[in-house]
Design a protein. Structure first.
Length: 284
């Protein structure tokens, strides 16, 4: 099928994009960045926006920079940008590991980090990263700017705190501290498919014991989130198999898995237990 008729707009500045969004959002206006989620739904006419606001011509949104302890990722930065970890420290090393699991390379050259955040698919790897690391979403509208912690931004299956007239202009991630170990594992039926479950963990060793643990899951609940029950098991313990098994069991017991036609609650719970243990064991 072909998309329904729409009007096309190509702003060249953030201010122009925000003004267009304020005017056109009430008329079914939508933002177009990478288009890897929006365009297929338009082709099937599941989405019928009357206006498309294409932000790809805004140079300020295509930049990524590390400043101090924060990495700022502009709204038009592609997934493929994370194939290299140059200048991003240990966070960059983790992002490079994660990006290899996102779809296929042609999609990674068009899809965007912030578009994935705004779409808020439960199976989004970047949403899991944001939840795990305590990322911040930066929004702009004619009313001003807002910065929202990922834990407050994600509200359900493809549901966020984003208001109709707000544009996601950037996402912020912390630079992981020296000595941080990180692991990421996901499971899908075929490489490139949406993940059925994923696990991301980070921790530091302090006198041989685990400190500052972060354990997050994605793909299993309506949105990615940290699992404090697993983190409580890890803190102050030695990084060894029995501890990792205990933390994985605690996480599996704490989640409330979604069910679908092929994956029931028990199956996803078992996956979470396995993936968290693997992520902990592979953390480096």
């Amino acid at each position: 099928m072909k998309p329904a008729r729409f009007s096309y707009h190509a702003p060249t500045s953030i201010d122009e994009a925000v003004a267009l969004l304020a005017e056109l959002a009430p008329q079914e206006g939508r933002i177009l960045a990478g288009g890897q989620s929006l365009v297929p739904t338009m082709a099937f006419r599941m989405a019928r926006p009357s206006h498309l606001i294409d932000i790809n011509g805004i140079a300020d949104l295509a930049t990524m920079a590390a400043c101090g302890e924060v990495i700022t990722i502009g709204a038009c930065v592609r997934h493929a940008a994370f194939e290299s970890e140059a200048g991003l420290g240990l966070t960059g090393k983790l992002l490079r590991k994660v990006v290899q699991n996102i779809a296929h390379y042609p999609i990674r050259t068009r899809g965007t980090f912030c578009g994935s955040i705004a779409n808020a698919d439960p199976a989004s790897e970047w949403c899991c990263v944001m939840a795990a690391l305590g990322g911040v979403v930066v929004l702009r509208s004619l009313r001003g700017a807002r910065r929202i912690a990922a834990a407050d931004f994600f509200q359900g299956v493809m549901a966020t705190a984003l208001e109709e007239d707000e544009l996601v202009v950037a996402a912020e991630l912390p630079m992981l501290k020296a000595g941080t170990r990180a692991g990421f594992v996901e499971f899908s039926r075929r490489k490139g498919d949406f993940a059925i479950a994923m696990a991301l963990v980070t921790y530091r060793l302090e006198s041989g014991l685990i400190g500052e643990p972060r354990v997050a899951v994605g793909g299993v609940e309506p949105h990615a989130r940290r699992v404090p029950q697993a983190e409580d098991v890890l803190v102050g313990r030695a990084p060894q198999t029995d501890v990792f098994v205990e933390a994985a069991e605690a996480a599996a017991a704490a989640i409330d898995p979604m069910q679908d036609i092929t994956n029931n609650e028990e199956y996803r719970r078992g996956l979470v237990q396995t993936l968290i243990q693997r992520a902990l064991e592979s953390a480096e």
